[in-house]
Ligand binder design. Structure first.
Ligand code: ATR
Length: 275
């Protein structure tokens, strides 16, 4: 690190165990760019002050994670269409006299699905959940052109609202979560609920077979229950570690103009956790 380092950061709470500083250090090493990326513990309502201080110290780009993604979208001076659709931002970039907000979560998910050979184009997709995580990825999923995509949620009204926000195109449906166990014809099931954080998992259709695939936006312990269910039912399943690294690569590209390769960094993290 030097006075010329590109000053980057992530803001969130809790942030101590964030993998982002390591991921961006590895991107820096891979691309030969001198980046100084640090994690800042930042509670709700305090992001504006934290960003002002960060910018004063020379900060030009940052990630924003839970629980600050909606706050970041609101305080940014300009926002991408992705942020407007998601109502949330995970990437901020200093432009002229203010922060520009973008959201790379959905792009990260799609990049990881493609790495796994699970291109959503033409597929029948079940997206479970209609909260912030689901909203963050829906636009990018729809842009790939799935044959149909149904948002299943415990609170049907939230699924319907998310559908409306995306212009309710043909092929985008909203349904109550209790209908999921009888749903058949799912090629790709994506878990975007927060249940895994409490050691819980959504009710899964017994019809899911080895021809289907499951992707959990969570990773690590929060995805363990769902991955274990899938293993017992011989359904191919993946956690969201690849999405985490791929969304980081998209952020890095926005700050530096250089797009790092995310797969070698993902492999390093997978080896580190013993995959
Ligand atoms: P996040 O930003 O992680 O998406 P969130 O906005 O609080 O967090 O959304 C959590 C999602 O998990 C929602 O879709 C929520 O369903 P509701 O809209 O009905 O609240 C879903 N969820 C959380 N706990 C759940 C549970 N026990 N059963 C079913 N769905 C649950």
């Amino acid at each position: 690190m030097s006075a010329d380092s590109l000053r980057l950061a992530v803001f969130g709470q809790p942030i101590a165990h964030s993998l982002s500083p390591l991921i961006h250090a590895l991107f820096g090493a891979q691309t030969g760019l001198d980046v100084d990326y640090r994690a800042h513990e930042t509670g709700p309502g305090t992001l504006r002050a934290a960003l002002a201080h960060f910018h004063q110290e020379g900060g030009t780009g940052c990630n924003v994670t839970l629980p600050l993604k909606a706050e970041a979208a609101q305080l940014a001076q300009t926002t991408s269409e992705r942020v407007q659709l998601a109502g949330a931002a995970n990437t901020l970039l200093w432009r002229d006299r203010g922060w520009h907000a973008d959201n790379t979560d959905g792009l990260g998910l799609v990049a990881d699905l493609q790495r796994l050979g699970l291109n959503p184009a033409g597929q029948r997709i079940a997206l479970i959940g209609a909260g912030g995580a689901a909203a963050g990825v829906l636009g990018a999923l729809l842009a790939t052109g799935p044959a149909e995509l149904t948002i299943y949620n415990r609170t049907l009204a939230s699924a319907e609202a998310l559908r409306e926000r995306h212009g309710a195109p043909a092929g985008l449906r909203a349904a109550a979560l209790q209908h999921l166990p009888t749903a058949d014809g799912i090629d790709l099931l994506i878990n975007a609920t927060s249940q895994g954080h409490r050691g819980d998992l959504p009710p899964l259709p017994e019809q899911l077979t080895t021809d289907s695939a499951v992707y959990d936006l969570n990773y690590g312990p929060a995805a363990a229950g769902l991955l274990s269910w899938c293993q017992q039912h011989a359904v191919p399943a993946h956690d969201g570690l690849g999405m985490l690294v791929a969304q980081a690569a998209e952020s890095f590209y926005r700050w530096t103009g250089v797009r790092p390769e995310f797969q070698p960094v993902l492999e390093r993290l997978q080896a580190q956790r013993g995959d």
